[in-house]
Design a protein around this ligand. Structure first.
Ligand code: SAH
Length: 216
């Protein structure tokens, strides 16, 4: 099943900008993004921009979600960690691409919102939303073959690198409060290599291995 607005978003925003992974494109045609945004911005659900989801947070721009999902090179049998659940949309995309997703959100109201969005859309069967500090990862569910972080960190959290499987891929915005680089970090044969994909602007990762709330 596809919806016309989602199909148009995939054509104009994703394929036009070079997203190629057919599984990512199909997942984003099928997942009803309008179910993950606030009712008053539902008309803009497929817009080429982040949108507010409450509590000063945003649902990530569709292109950025696609780019991050594609960077993980998922084939379908992976255990994936998603840090910064927000609306749950990105977790839903990852859930369509991997075996299982553990998604962590620090704001309890957004945990509840994401759980209800995922349940209502029937996309919750392989996704678990946990409430807590995702900068520490979820050691008891590690290792993860893919880790996706949707909030900006001052440096790469050690815990996430430790919980990344070998081989495994971590995608994370790293830099200052205002601007960051989207880094794709690959662990392979005990070695770590980092590639910067593009400049980006994410809300801050607030936690033990992120920013302190007081810096806000
Ligand atoms: N991926 C989301 C968008 C997330 S915005 C979506 O598709 O809607 C980033 C989210 O990261 C916010 O909801 C914010 O509260 C959360 N966040 C920030 N620091 C965090 C931390 N240390 N652990 C978990 N979540 C965090």
């Amino acid at each position: 099943m596809t919806n016309a607005a989602a199909a148009e978003m995939v054509e104009r925003q994703l394929i036009a900008r070079g997203i190629r992974d057919p599984r990512v494109l199909q997942a984003m045609r099928e997942i009803p993004r309008e179910e993950f945004v606030a009712e008053d911005v539902r008309e803009e659900a497929y817009a080429d921009a982040p949108l507010p989801i409450g509590f000063g947070q945003t649902i990530t721009q569709p292109y950025m979600t696609a780019l991050m999902a594609e960077a993980l090179e998922l084939r379908g049998d992976e255990n994936v960690l998603d840090v910064g659940t927000g609306s749950g949309y990105h977790a839903a995309v990852l859930g369509a691409l991997a075996r299982r997703v553990i998604s962590v959100e620090r704001i309890p109201e957004l945990c509840a919102l994401a759980r209800s969005n995922l349940r209502r859309t029937g996309l919750d069967s392989n996704i678990t939303v946990l409430c807590g500090d995702g900068s520490l990862g979820v050691p008891e569910q590690a290792p993860f073959q893919g880790i996706s972080v949707a909030a900006a960190a001052p440096s790469v959290p050690r815990a996430l690198l430790d919980q990344l499987d070998d081989p495994g891929i971590l995608v994370i915005p790293v830099g200052g409060r205002a601007d960051q680089d989207l880094q794709v970090i690959r662990k392979k044969n005990g070695k770590i290599s980092t590639r910067v994909v593009l400049g980006c602007r994410f809300v801050p990762l607030i936690g033990r291995e992120g920013w302190q709330e007081i810096d806000e």
